[in-house]
Structure formats: structure tokens, C-alpha cells
Design a protein around this ligand. Structure first.
Ligand code: AMP
Length: 126
């Protein structure tokens, strides 16, 4: 089972303060920081503070306060980064899950990506 939660993953280490991150915003339930290898001008990762491995794990098992806190932090990031529809020209949200999703870090995260036209949706590999 490669996608069970493993608290030695890099985002868990960021949450414990063991390694630094370029923090964008934070609340009681979630943390947002810049992706270390940005693919577009705005590339922010939002992670819950709880130990959830993937989007479906978080959606099924997180408490209402955790879900609300996480989603509100996403809205705060969109506004602060100037990509929300009230401030800017939009964005794309991606969450990779498991082997077919090509997930690298097994702690649930959303990629908030903007600052450029994203292009078409990505096709599946071979
Ligand atoms: P994925 O799990 O495939 O959705 O992607 C994980 C993302 O985490 C990649 O875009 C990496 O560039 C990013 N990443 C890996 N390590 C760090 C780190 N220490 N700080 C910020 N972003 C990271």
C-alpha cells in the first residue's frame, strides 16, 4: 500500500517545523506555501494540518471545521496572490492522488496555479 499515510513525508516535516517553507498563509487547520519548483508564476500548495493522504481521504474523513478552514485558506490564497476572479484572471486547482494521479508527496495538497494561461487539460499518459 504505497499511499497509506507516512508521517516522515516532506510536508509533515514542514508542518513540524523540521524543514522550512516559503509560507503564504496559515490558519488553525491549514498551511499554504510556495511550490519549490513552480510550474507557473503563481504556484502555491495548500495542505491540511491533519494527516490525510489524498483528496478523497480528506473529503471523506476530515471534520467540518478542518474542511471549512482548509477551503477558506484556499480562498485567501487566491485573493492574496491576485488570481481570484475578483482580483485577477483566474487559476487552476489540481490535486494528484495515488499512482495514476502521479502523486509525489503522500500528504493531501492542492496546487493553486495561476499568473498565466494554463492551456488545455492534461491528457493521460500512454
Ligand atoms: P504532487 O505530490 O505530485 O502533487 O507534487 C508535489 C509537489 O511538491 C511538487 O510540485 C514539488 O515541486 C513540491 N515540493 C516538493 N518538496 C517541496 C518543498 N520542500 N517545498 C515546497 N514544495 C515542494
Amino acid at each position: 500500500m504505497p499511499f497509506t499515510y507516512d508521517d516522515s513525508n516532506i510536508f509533515a516535516r514542514i508542518l513540524r517545523g523540521e524543514i522550512p517553507c516559503d509560507r503564504v498563509a496559515e490558519n488553525d487547520h491549514a498551511l499554504a506555501f510556495r511550490d519549490i519548483a513552480p510550474k507557473v508564476p503563481v504556484h502555491v500548495l495548500v495542505i491540511p494540518k491533519g494527516n490525510y493522504v489524498s483528496f478523497d481521504d480528506f473529503a471523506a474523513n476530515a471534520g467540518e471545521g478542518e474542511i471549512a478552514g482548509f477551503m477558506r485558506l484556499c480562498a485567501e490564497v487566491c485573493a492574496a496572490e491576485g488570481v481570484g476572479l475578483e482580483q485577477g484572471q483566474g487559476f487552476r486547482v489540481i490535486s494528484n492522488a495515488g499512482a495514476h494521479g502521479v502523486q509525489e508527496v503522500p500528504h493531501f495538497h492542492l496546487h493553486i496555479m495561476g499568473g498565466a494561461v494554463m492551456g488545455p487539460m492534461i491528457g493521460a499518459r500512454g
